[in-house]
Design a protein around this ligand. Structure first.
Ligand code: MLT
Length: 279
């Protein structure tokens, strides 16, 4: 891991390989290690950059509210720091997907392609946003264990709990050591994110949507609806995976990522909806 001060904040990031950059953005309340199944294999053929967002992992703690736009500004600042001027492929999982959409809104010219994993375009409902504030208060009062208790069971497919307990334990450790003020700041930022659904038809770059078939937090049906609104989108549904599909099923996910990015490398013009590994 390397560190840099980006927008006055210490940010840790992993930067491996060479070639067209793939920037991978983790979800809440995790860190870049959700991409452990991608960083090594994919960086043999291209440059992979995976930051710990402000407040998470080895980056400096955050406070107050961090909006999705602020996170996106940090990503743009990181690309500037790395002197990357060419358009990148940006992949985001769940909250990372909200951030990817915020990045697209502000920095579309810096994008060659978009990968939206286990995420949604809709904003929180008013009651959902109110629940987030209650959750933020609880995290501040009770610490990170509240987050672990609420989230752990929802992140993984039954097959992952049965056969890969080590990744469940690893994510539990990541959540447990996150600063509660940083957790609350991101929760408040998520509550403020706009509805990106009306924007989807304007996304001009090739877009891959990927979701675990057992994802109950951002279900395949919702992502299929998003794919139908994005002009150059394709959807991949990953069997025996839930909300952390790239970590749960790295081989399948890497195959889909490589296939998408290989097509981008050849500057193919059309990306029809329809790639599916399962229904
Ligand atoms: C995530 O995985 O990033 C979160 O579940 C997203 C959310 O809480 O909306």
């Amino acid at each position: 891991m390397q560190t840099a001060v980006i927008n006055d904040h210490p940010l840790a990031y992993c930067d491996a390989g060479e070639g067209i950059p793939l920037l991978l953005v983790h979800g809440f309340p995790l860190d870049h290690t959700i991409w452990d199944g991608q960083i090594d294999p994919l960086s043999r053929r291209r440059r992979v950059i995976a930051p710990d967002l402000r407040g998470f992992g080895q980056s400096g703690a955050a406070d107050g509210t961090v909006t999705m736009e602020q996170f996106a500004d940090d990503l743009a600042g990181l690309l500037d720091h790395l002197k990357i001027c060419e358009p990148v492929v940006l992949g985001g999982l769940s909250m990372g997907g909200y951030i990817a959409l915020a990045f697209w809104r502000k920095y579309a010219a810096r994008l060659r392609g978009l990968i939206l994993c286990d995420t949604r375009s809709a904003a929180d409902t008013p009651s959902g946003a109110a629940d987030r504030e209650t959750l933020a208060q609880r995290m501040l009062a009770e610490g990170a264990e509240t987050t672990v208790e609420l989230m752990l069971a929802k992140l993984f497919a039954p097959a992952t709990f049965a056969h890969r307990p080590e990744i469940v334990e690893a994510m539990q450790r990541v959540m447990s050591r996150t600063n509660p003020r940083s957790l609350a700041a991101a929760v408040r930022g998520m509550a403020r994110r706009p509805d990106s659904t009306p924007d989807l038809p304007q996304i001009a770059c090739p877009t891959l949507l990927l979701v675990g078939e057992d994802d109950a937090l951002t279900p395949p049906a919702e992502m299929r609806g998003m794919a139908q609104k994005i002009p150059r989108a394709r959807l991949a549904v990953i069997p025996e995976a839930a909300h952390l599909a790239p970590l749960e099923r790295p081989a399948e996910v890497n195959w889909v990522f490589e296939e998408f990015m290989g097509a981008l490398d050849q500057l193919k013009k059309s990306f029809p909806i329809g790639l599916k590994l399962s229904s």
